[in-house]
Design a protein around this ligand. Sequence first.
Ligand code: ZN
Length: 353
Amino acid sequence: MRSALALMLGVVVLASAIAGGWYVVGAVRGDVAIPQFVAARQPQPAANPPTKLAAKDDVEITGAIGSKPATKIAAADPPPVPAPAPIADKACANPDALGVSRVVEIDTTGGPGFGFQHFKQFDFLTDKEVVLTFDDGPWPGNTPAVLKALDDECTKGLFFSIGKHATFHPEILRQVLAAGHTIGAHTWSHVNLNGKKMTEQMDKDEIEKGFSAVKWALGTEPSPFFRFPELQHNPAMVTYLGTRNVAMFSCDIDSHDYKHDSTPEKVVSTVMGELAKQGKGIILMHDFQKRTAEALPTLLKQLKAGGYKVVQIKAKGSFQTLPDYDEAFAREMKLPTTTAKPISSVVQTVMSK
Ligand SMILES: [Zn+2]
């Protein structure tokens, strides 16, 4: 409701405030190789392996995702044209829709954190209010199904895209934006930023490159919202994100939809069960997951039936990417490692016996 804008929560925090409320979960991660992005930022483009992005999924997606992309990025593809402006709220065709009860605008100055699993400073939801969040997309099939379910209920979500997935499927991420949802970032390759092999520079690269990739895919700046992969809140990066004026989102209710034994039914029962206990909260789901896409129509109906109301999250400003990362990323995307040319224009027989 437009009138609900009057209720918007303006959140301003000092950088020092980020010290409150979070804790660090013990690091558990595999040996994930990180692209040599630092090298790419130095004036030695030749140092880049020519097959970097196009080579394939050279960075293993962590267990929270569980499977590898089915497609590779085609480095020869041109960057998307600038995205269309998000569609303004259109009339809702569903009279019984869940809808959006309140729109909250967040001032991300200083890097506030949200979600009581890690950040307890800002308790901005009232009883029965929920925030729908979706991680790890964009992904063919599943993300569009999530978008349809949200659209059928005239409601809005907050999406945390993996940078790499954004480069695989920029057109899907642009659909998310065009549908009026909010898009933040979730690192470049979904590594655990608390991982033992990660340096502070590698962590920063994961964050910045993730944002630059999402910006590239969208053709416009994403919201300055971030979620740590596996909710692994690296203390130095919490501080760093504060200096970058990025709000961090943990969660209140984990749908556990990434678990291999999860099902659409379990996703619904887990979320509704936790809501019955907690009464409100930021709900963590994954538009990457098929079971979540399948569960969402039922879940949204049960939220409505249970008297829950969706709060839409927006940012007061947009994320300002760092030029070094944008340029390095653009260089990587243009590396001539794949081509759309027909073979006859590439390989010609000039002599045969
Ligand atoms: Zn994730």
